[in-house]
Ligand binder design. Structure first.
Ligand code: SF4
Length: 421
C-alpha cells in the first residue's frame, strides 16, 4: 500500500504555491493523497508567521491535526513559522516529528525518515507541481526580499531576494497552460524587483510579464512596491489585458512611511494611480494598509482616510500593526493603544466598504469578460482569485472558459451576471 499524505496550508497565496510544490514532490515520490488527515501516514502543516494572529492559528492547527492524525502517522511542520522559530518550535512542539524550514525537504519518502535525519539542500522554488485543479494558478517568481521595511520580519527569515530564471518560470507556466490554466498570478515578496539579484542589478519583471502573457490568456501581478511601478511596467501590465494593480502602499502619511522605512507618500501614489487611470480607465486597484504603526498620530490617520477617499481603490485591506520580534519597528516608541487601532480600523473599513460597493454597482448593466473558475463562479480582470470578490455566473458555463457576461446585480463585493446575448 502506498503511503498517504495530507497537506494543510495556512497564510498567503505564496504559501499555497509552496504547498503545491510539496504535493508535487510527494506525488513524484510515490505517496498518494489521503482523503482526510485521519487516514494519512504523513501530515504536513505549511504554517504562516506573518503576525501574531497567524502564529496563533498555525499553533492551533498543528495541535488540532496532531490529535486527528492516526497514531503512528508523522506530523511535519514547515513554512514561515518553522523557518522563523526552527529549533525553539521543535522544542515547544513535541507533537511534531519534524520541523523543517524552507530549503529542506519535508517529504519523508515512501520508506519514512525521522525528523532528525540529515536533509539535503532543496530548492522549493524550482520543484515540479501537480496538475492544476483550477484554470488559474499562482507562480512564484522569487523568494526573499532585499528591502528593510520597519514592521517586516520576512527578510530576516526568508533571506535576500532570489529570483528564478525566466526559463524556469516559463517552463512551469507552459506545464500549467498544458494542464488547462488560463490565468497565471505571479507572486513574490517584492515582485517588481524580480531579477534585480540576477546579474547587474537590472530588474527583469517587464520581460517576464511579456513572456508569460504570450503563453496564457491572463497574467496578474500581486504585491508591487510603488517606487518600482515604472511606465514600462505599467504599459506591460496594461498590454496583457489584465489592468489590475496590486500596490503595496501601507500608508499615505509621508512621515509615517519614513518611520516604516518605506518610499513615497499619498500625493505620489495618487499621481501614479491617476496616471494609470488616464491610460486605462477600467484599471482595477488593490492595496493594503497598516493601521496603528508606532507613532501613528491622528493627523496620520486623517491623511490615510483622505487618501482612501481620493484614491477610490476597488479593493483595500486594513491590518492592525503587529509587533514582530527583532524588527526595527519593535524598538520604536509611540505605541498606539489597541482600542484606538480598533476604532481606526473600523472607520477605514467602513469607508472602503462604501467605495468598493460603489465600484461594484457601477458595473451593473455592463458586459465583462470572465474566466469561469468553478461551476457558477467566475472572475473578470477586476478580481484576483481568493482575495477579491467573484462574479456569479450561470452554472452551465464551462469551467476554464473565457466568457462574456452581462452584470445584473451586486451584493457586497460580489457581482451577479447572466450570459451576454
Ligand atoms: S517589501 Fe514586503 S517583504 Fe520586503 S521588507 Fe517590505 S514588507 Fe517585507
Amino acid at each position: 500500500m502506498p503511503r498517504t499524505f495530507w497537506v494543510e496550508t495556512l497564510g498567503c497565496p505564496k504559501n499555497q504555491v509552496d504547498s503545491d510544490k510539496l504535493t508535487g514532490t510527494m506525488l513524484a515520490d510515490g505517496l498518494v493523497p489521503a482523503a482526510a488527515p485521519e487516514t494519512a501516514d504523513l501530515v504536513v502543516v505549511n504554517t504562516c508567521a506573518f503576525i501574531e494572529d497567524a502564529r496563533q492559528e498555525s499553533g492551533d492547527v498543528i495541535l488540532g491535526l496532531a490529535e486527528r492524525k492516526p497514531s503512528g502517522a508523522e506530523l511535519v511542520v514547515t513554512g514561515c513559522l518553522a523557518e522563523r522559530y526552527g529549533s525553539d518550535l521543535a522544542e515547544a512542539l513535541p507533537e511534531a516529528d519534524a520541523v523543517a524550514g524552507f530549503g529542506v525537504p519535508v517529504t519523508l519518502g515512501p520508506t519514512g525518515r525521522g525528523g532528525s535525519a540529515p536533509v539535503p539542500a532543496f530548492d522549493l522554488l524550482n520543484l515540479p507541481r501537480p496538475a492544476p485543479a483550477a484554470p488559474w494558478a499562482y507562480v512564484k517568481a522569487a523568494e526573499g526580499c532585499d528591502r528593510a521595511c520597519g514592521f517586516c520580519a520576512i527578510p530576516s527569515f526568508r533571506g535576500k531576494q532570489r529570483s528564478r530564471s525566466i526559463a524556469s518560470i516559463l517552463a512551469e507556466v507552459e506545464d500549467l497552460a498544458a494542464g488547462g490554466v488560463r490565468e497565471v498570478v505571479l507572486v513574490a515578496q517584492d515582485l517588481a524587483s524580480f531579477g534585480r539579484d540576477q546579474g547587474r542589478g537590472k530588474r527583469r519583471i517587464v520581460p517576464l510579464v511579456r513572456a508569460v502573457a504570450r503563453r496564457v490568456d491572463r497574467v496578474r501581478l500581486l504585491y508591487l512596491y510603488p517606487s518600482d511601478l515604472t511606465d514600462e511596467l505599467i504599459d506591460a501590465v496594461c498590454a496583457t489585458g489584465v489592468p489590475y494593480f496590486d500596490l503595496s502602499l501601507q500608508h499615505a502619511s509621508r512621515s509615517l512611511l519614513r518611520r516604516m522605512r518605506r518610499w513615497g507618500d499619498g500625493d505620489r501614489f495618487l499621481r501614479r494611480i491617476d496616471d494609470i487611470r488616464r491610460r486605462v480607465p477600467e484599471a482595477a486597484f488593490r492595496s493594503n494598509f497598516i493601521v496603528g504603526y508606532p507613532g501613528e498620530t491622528e493627523d496620520d490617520h486623517d491623511q490615510l482616510l483622505s487618501f482612501v477617499t481620493r484614491a477610490d481603490l476597488d479593493w483595500a485591506g486594513f491590518f492592525a500593526y503587529s509587533e514582530e520580534q527583532g524588527t526595527y519597528a519593535a524598538r520604536l516608541d509611540g505605541k498606539v493603544d489597541a482600542a484606538l487601532v480598533g476604532e481606526r480600523l473600523a472607520e477605514l473599513g467602513e469607508l472602503q466598504d462604501g467605495i468598493t460597493a460603489r465600484h461594484r454597482d457601477v458595473l451593473i448593466g455592463s458586459v465583462v469578460e470572465v474566466l469561469v473558475d468553478a461551476p457558477g463562479v467566475a472572475r473578470s480582470h477586476r478580481e484576483a482569485p481568493e482575495i477579491d470578490g467573484v462574479v456569479s455566473v450561470p452554472a452551465d458555463l464551462p469551467v476554464g472558459e473565457l466568457a462574456k457576461v452581462m452584470i445584473t446585480g451586486a451584493a457586497g463585493p460580489d457581482l451577479e451576471a447572466e450570459a451576454a446575448a
